[in-house]
Design a protein around this ligand. Structure first.
Ligand code: UDP
Length: 252
């Protein structure tokens, strides 16, 4: 079987801003969000984002185990991000948690916590599982985006949706939603998440170097990208409840 070895492309972006996958600098990859895909979870979502395929399941509020982790005055919010061994495009990933998945679990959890009315559910746990079935750069922001609608699907009281999107730097260009090659060989990657109701930032990480002006432009581009993703999140939730309504009408 041939082994596919990735090579750095000669050029990631042309002078006129055409990216390696043909997108413009401010263009997202194709995104599809489906809500309520797992019957046994309290809430769930499936996100197709470029080549990413991510399944999110939410359970709770339910009794917190182990009991000593329970917080009397608020719900314990726990996230587990996991990349399936077969999910990367090239190498197989060693199964199980590693430093990266532990970090991503924490940042996804921290990005979502501010919108959850935790104080209503003291002593309970809310568990969020983000399972990456196929990875193609930007899995943490796609995971946050999916987890946010899965929380809504679970009926967990939230202040509003959290929406994630990455921006990156490729040569002199600030680009929206870096793809795999741009993430790997570009000059910077900045995953951002917003609480869309207020525009507050709940996640901001960055690698690479940015001037003040580049940083400002990157943040603005991320927000504009999130606005488009936010519309898809809302539509996905509405679609699930419209389907339920139709099914209810047919049952009668
Ligand atoms: N990746 C991989 N193997 C790994 C970790 C990452 O193939 O063990 C790939 C995967 O496609 C991932 C991308 O590298 O989406 C970028 O990873 P990063 O750590 O920047 O997180 P992400 O952009 O997915 O949030």
């Amino acid at each position: 079987m041939p082994i596919f070895v990735e090579k750095k492309p000669d050029k990631l972006i042309s002078e006129d801003g055409t990216r390696i996958d043909g997108r413009k600098p401010d263009e997202l990859r194709p995104i599809e969000i489906k809500v309520g895909v797992l019957e046994r979870a309290d809430g769930s979502a499936y996100v197709k984002w470029g080549g990413n395929r991510i399944l999110v399941a939410v359970y709770g509020p339910r009794a917190a185990h182990p009991r000593h982790q329970a917080i009397p005055h608020e719900a314990l919010v726990r996230c587990r991000y996991d990349m399936a061994p077969f999910s990367p495009s090239t190498d197989r990933k060693k199964p199980g948690p590693d430093r990266r998945s532990i970090e991503l679990s924490t940042v996804i959890e921290e990005a979502l916590k501010p919108v959850i009315f935790k104080e209503m559910f003291g002593g309970t746990a809310i568990d969020i599982f983000v399972e990456v079935l196929r990875s193609d750069a930007g899995t943490r922001v796609a995971g946050i985006t999916g987890a946010s609608v899965a929380l809504a699907d679970a009926g967990i009281p939230i202040r509003g949706l959290v929406t994630g999107c990455s921006v990156g730097k490729v040569g002199d260009f600030i680009v929206l939603d870096p793809g795999h090659e741009e993430d790997m060989w570009g000059d910077g990657d900045m995953p951002v998440a917003f609480f869309m109701e207020t525009g507050e930032i709940t996640l901001l990480q960055a690698d690479g170097q940015y001037t003040y002006d580049e940083f400002q432009r990157a943040l603005k581009l991320a927000y504009n990208g999130c606005k488009q993703v936010y519309e898809l999140q809302k539509r996905a939730i509405i679609e699930k409840y419209e389907k339920l309504k139709l099914e209810g009408e047919t049952d009668e």
